[in-house]
Write a protein that binds this ligand. Structure first.
Ligand code: ADP
Length: 298
């Protein structure tokens, strides 16, 4: 149902009350090594929520690659489209989480440089193809081409942000950004309180639909007719928001692949994002459908 073309990383997460200043050394109060990368996170989030998901990407022929691939496949994701690259290390992310649950992230590209979108073929079944920006432009363009040739929706999360490649102009069905990415993509600080400003940002960006995630304030969906729908987040005690955006993406595409309307999918995704903010880590913090339902009732 869903093909994600994106990154796989080994995440090294360090928790601390506050970040060190330049030249300062601090003791972390907790450390964790886990499977991450935006592509892998989104694939795992969608799979845990019941979607059939394949991930296309690349890892090294190293222990980190084994660990990441193992974790992703244990979450039910088809990893047969992940290439193993002999002469590059698996991508890595160093994640610092402070006492307020804020995260600060540095990534190394490693084998993700060699990620390629699968060639369109009868074997690739997809209702939704997901693209992201932790892989190179060729892969993003390949993902758009795949979506087009198999008749799938192309959902793009341009994160970490860089200008959109010209070759995908007019080919994005749903562009999903957070507030920072929206500011960068639109070239100005878009007033997310104003429906008119959001509608004109969507038109400028040339995506059929625009979804902006607003952290604790939830998310907003802008359709191609300029209509704007706001959905709330769930009020939670956020302990670690890293991967919340990826949880949101995975949930959104899982729901869209199941045929939900964009607005229903965004509302569902906002709840899943909130759930993930209550738990440390990225993929491990994502709910199954049963966990989510139990949590929403409580
Ligand atoms: P990103 O991680 O890409 O910056 P956001 O911070 O906007 O993305 O978070 C994505 C989604 O996760 C939000 O739309 C919201 O549903 C949920 N979320 C994130 N932070 C919180 C929070 N502090 N409280 C409740 N929900 C949150």
């Amino acid at each position: 149902d869903v093909v994600v073309v994106g990154s796989l990383n080994l995440d090294r997460t360090y928790t601390m009350p506050m970040l060190p200043d330049a030249g300062e050394t601090l003791h972390a109060t907790g450390t964790m090594v886990s499977s991450g990368g935006k592509g892998a996170n989104q694939a795992v989030a969608a799979s845990k929520l019941g979607a059939r998901v394949a991930l296309a990407g690349a890892v090294g022929c190293d222990d980190a690659g084994d660990a990441v691939l193992g974790a992703v496949s244990r979450a039910g994701v088809d990893t047969s489209l992940v290439r193993r690259i002999p002469d590059a290390p698996t991508g890595e992310a160093v994640i610092l989480v402070d006492g307020e649950g804020r995260n600060f992230i540095v990534v190394t590209e490693g084998a993700n440089a060699a990620a390629v979108a699968p060639e369109p073929s009868a074997a690739v079944e997809a209702k939704v193809v997901v693209g992201g920006f932790e892989v190179r432009d060729e892969s993003v363009i390949g993902a758009a081409a795949l979506a087009e040739s198999v008749g799938a929706l192309f959902v793009l999360n341009p994160s970490p942000f860089r200008p959109l490649p010209a070759a995908i102009a007019g080919r994005v069905d749903v562009l999903v950004v957070n507030e920072h990415e929206l500011a960068e993509a639109a070239g100005v600080d878009v007033d997310t309180e104003s429906d008119a400003a959001l509608a004109s940002a969507r038109a400028d960006l040339g995506a059929a639909a625009l979804v902006v995630t607003l952290g604790a304030r939830g998310a907003v969906a802008v359709a191609d007719d300029g209509s704007v729908v706001r959905v709330p987040a769930v009020t939670v005690q956020a302990t670690d928001t890293s991967g919340a955006g990826d949880a949101f993406m995975g949930a959104l595409v899982a729901r869209m692949a199941a045929g939900a309307s964009m607005v229903d999918a965004v509302a569902f995704a906002a709840a899943v994002g909130s759930y993930s903010a209550t738990n440390p880590g990225t993929q491990l913090s994502y709910p199954t459908l049963a966990e989510l339902e139990g949590w929403m009732v409580l």
